[in-house]
Design a protein around this ligand. Structure first.
Ligand code: BMA
Length: 371
């Protein structure tokens, strides 16, 4: 009898330790990522690229390939991924990446030392045939608690949560990531955008999303707030801000101020400064969450436009990272690739000791005991 009790006790102790270990590791993961990003300060800026490990110009799903690596000799320090389609239980995302491949590549990117960030362009919970860019119907007010489509919205979030929870190392340790939903809300091109919902509704939507994923689904992650560039002051920037308790990364998306012909690099820089100052004030991480130039028609864009916007003033360089959008094909790409004439300028851009690709980032973490 005694032996049975001892065996049972040992068993439950082991179970308890196992559970403790996994939730500790989980907590540790996002908190560690946050500390790592905060430590960057003015030392450097991580270079990130959307879908970098999945496809590029002239190739798709070839393990080990990367337009960034093939152009500059190293991988990005941050990898962006897109969840659109997961909410409908689709096997592939909006941009035809199978989710099982995304899981594999995202975890691989993390194992290499990279930071992961996930965007989400969900279909409308009111009508699953309508994509994120549908702006003919009000959606947000109907999916908030008490709304007619709240249950469907929760089902969407359940699917997002299932996928994000499945991002684990071979040892079953959850990998840390940044989740960046409801971006560019100040624009009018998404169903959660400024023409179809009020700032109050938006704040509720953002807060519900983060709290549901954290409290109901037990996910541990960093969340990013990223309006587009339609602000000139901190007050305007904060129009849609849901609160310091549900935001970790103070971000901005900006393509508009970089458009050839009407570009305004000083304005772009000023907006980064607003972001940096607010992040400093609140002890958070500032980031340039999306940018790029479609088809890279300006061959000096990296050093003269992007580089200037970040490094010309004193403050903007305090962002932790800048992420460029995807390289889909020769009609839709926002960074560079080896054969493109902008490749030389990209190499010059990353030679700047403050622009960090993966090796620089790994070295920094190692040197500062941040792993
Ligand atoms: C947009 C474009 C689309 C893509 C979407 C979601 O900016 O790149 O082609 O489907 O992002 O990734």
């Amino acid at each position: 009898m005694k032996r049975i009790i001892i065996t049972l006790l040992t068993g439950s102790l082991m179970l308890a330790c196992g559970a403790g270990k996994s939730s500790e590791a989980k907590k540790h993961a996002a908190a560690t990522l946050y500390e790592q990003l905060k430590s960057i300060g003015n030392n450097g800026v991580l270079f990130g690229h959307q879908d970098d490990l999945a496809y590029g110009i002239g190739w798709k799903y070839e393990e080990g390939r990367s337009d960034t690596y093939e152009t500059a000799g190293d991988y990005p320090a941050l990898f962006g991924w897109e969840l659109g389609g997961i909410e409908l239980d689709r096997p592939v995302n909006l941009d035809s990446i199978p989710f099982h491949l995304m899981r594999h590549l995202a975890v691989k990117g993390y194992n290499m030392g990279g930071v992961l960030t996930f965007s989400w362009h969900p279909f409308s919970p009111l009508d699953s045939t309508k994509n994120a860019w549908t702006t003919d119907t009000e959606v947000v007010k109907h999916i908030l608690p008490g709304g007619s489509h709240h249950q469907i919205f929760k089902q969407y979030l359940d699917r997002v949560a299932d996928f994000l929870a499945s991002l684990q190392t071979n040892e079953g340790i959850p990998v840390p990531f940044i989740f960046r939903p409801w971006h560019e809300m100040d624009g009018d091109w998404f169903w959660w955008g400024s023409s179809l919902c009020s700032p109050e509704e938006f704040k509720q939507l953002f807060r519900f999303t983060i709290e549901y994923l954290r409290n109901q689904k037990g996910l541990d992650f960093l969340s990013a707030y990223s309006p587009d560039n339609r602000f000139n002051t901190e007050e305007e920037y904060l129009t849609w801000y849901p609160g310091n308790d549900v935001v970790d990364i103070i971000g901005v998306d900006n393509y508009g101020d970089f458009r050839v012909g009407t570009e305004n690099i000083e304005a772009a820089s000023h907006k980064l400064e607003i972001v940096v100052r607010y992040a400093e004030k609140t002890g958070k991480v500032a980031a340039f969450t999306e940018s790029g130039l479609d088809k890279m028609t300006d061959l000096k864009w990296f050093t003269q436009k992007l580089g200037r916007s970040i490094f010309s003033g004193k403050e903007a360089g305090k962002i932790a990272y800048v992420m460029l959008w995807r390289n889909a094909d020769t009609t839709h790409f926002f960074s560079t690739y080896p054969e493109h004439p902008s490749a030389t300028d990209f190499k010059a851009f990353v030679r700047n000791e403050k622009v960090w690709l993966l090796k620089d980032w790994n070295q920094f973490k190692q040197k500062n005991n941040l792993d």
